[in-house]
Design a protein around this ligand. Structure first.
Ligand SMILES: *[C@@H]1O[C@H](CO)[C@@H](O)[C@H](O)[C@H]1NC(C)=O
Ligand SMILES: *[C@@H]1O[C@H](CO)[C@@H](O)[C@H](O)[C@H]1NC(C)=O
Ligand SMILES: *[C@@H]1O[C@H](CO)[C@@H](O)[C@H](O)[C@H]1NC(C)=O
Length: 298
């Protein structure tokens, strides 16, 4: 019910929706990313995809100008004609960059997106959903996170990184898309639209959200089976108190949310400077923005 209420708020934004730049680290032709792209477009947003030409998992925040691509892109998705960047000729908002995730986000924000937006910058940046989780220590090495952090840190664009535990890489044009690709796309769109519906500024300055979906299957088969939990990126044994939430000043560790029985999505507020947990003042802003969506762990 609550999720539907959030989605229902979207039409007030107008037919155009938001200018959203979208990247990932698994490659521009990976199905999880394409399913999310399609869901964002279906919900009214003006989305430009700018993602690596191939799988660049584990690249963290590496950033280097793209080099000529002389072999086919992932899954045969481009011919490899020697250009450093390219696009789908019949869907030009789908772009590949022959470099790292953070680089493809940089090109998306500075070069490719503005071509479609009358020279304007994106209003929001999203990354993923990654094939596989990005929890705790993985956050630092994740290219999915690296792309989102680039947007937040270098351009002060509100940014969200999404990852899903259910594995299984699939090409964008597979004839048997996995159930997880659709569920993750729906959940990511719900969270994105809730952030947008909370109004400007969409997120506090200098933070990003790190969102992890648990496995799809069994009792967690459909998007409506899942609940969102505010979390932190590390245990925080010696850290300053977190925001007061769910009767505590210590938010659950993202890994604890992932291990909890049930269908819980962890939503951590990350510091874009060092990819650790953001301070409680910034957590508080996100808690209040997402209050209709968040639940407490039992
Ligand atoms: C990318 O590579 C990593 C390991 O380097 C692997 O775990 C992941 O499944 C790959 N993703 C795709 C989309 O091939
Ligand atoms: C390019 O876009 C067309 C039309 O939308 C689609 O049929 C095709 O599968 C796309 N290819 C890639 C690699 O995105
Ligand atoms: C997906 O597109 C690639 C490249 O065009 C092609 O080789 C492959 O056969 C297509 N797969 C399906 C299932 O259509």
């Amino acid at each position: 019910m609550r999720l539907q209420a959030c989605l229902a708020l979207l039409p007030v934004l107008g037919a155009q929706g938001l200018r959203i730049i979208h990247s990932n680290d698994d490659g521009w032709a990976e199905l999880y990313t394409r399913s999310f792209y399609d869901a964002l477009v279906a919900s009214g947003h003006d989305v430009v995809l700018s993602a690596p030409a191939e799988n660049k998992s584990g690249s963290g925040s590496l950033d280097a100008d793209p080099s000529p691509r002389n072999t086919q892109c992932q899954y045969g998705s481009c011919s490899g004609n020697g250009a450093p960047i390219g696009r789908n000729a019949s869907s030009p908002r789908l772009n590949w960059v022959n470099s790292f995730p953070a680089t493809s986000m940089r090109y998306g924000i500075e070069t490719i997106g503005p071509l479609f937006w009358n020279g304007q910058s994106p209003e929001l940046a999203v990354s993923g959903p990654n094939v596989g989780s990005n929890l705790y220590l993985q956050v630092h090495f994740s290219g999915t996170v690296g792309a989102a952090v680039f947007a937040a840190k270098e351009h002060n664009i509100p940014a969200i990184a999404f990852s899903g535990l259910t594995g299984g890489t699939q090409a964008w044009n597979t004839s048997t898309p996995s159930a997880a690709s659709k569920v993750y796309a729906d959940l990511a769109t719900t969270l994105t639209n809730a952030v947008i519906a909370s109004g400007k500024p969409y997120l506090p300055e200098g933070v990003f959200l790190n969102v992890n979906f648990p496995e799809v299957g069994g009792q967690c088969a459909e998007a409506s089976d899942f609940k969102f939990v505010l979390s932190r990126i590390n245990v925080g044994l010696f850290s300053a108190p977190d925001v007061q939430h769910c009767g505590s000043t210590r938010l659950p560790f993202d890994t604890a949310v992932a291990l909890a029985k049930g269908c819980y999505v962890s939503v951590s507020v990350g510091d874009a400077n060092d990819k650790t947990t953001a301070p409680r003042e910034k957590q508080a802003v996100v808690r209040d923005k997402l209050s209709n969506l968040l639940t407490c762990l039992p």
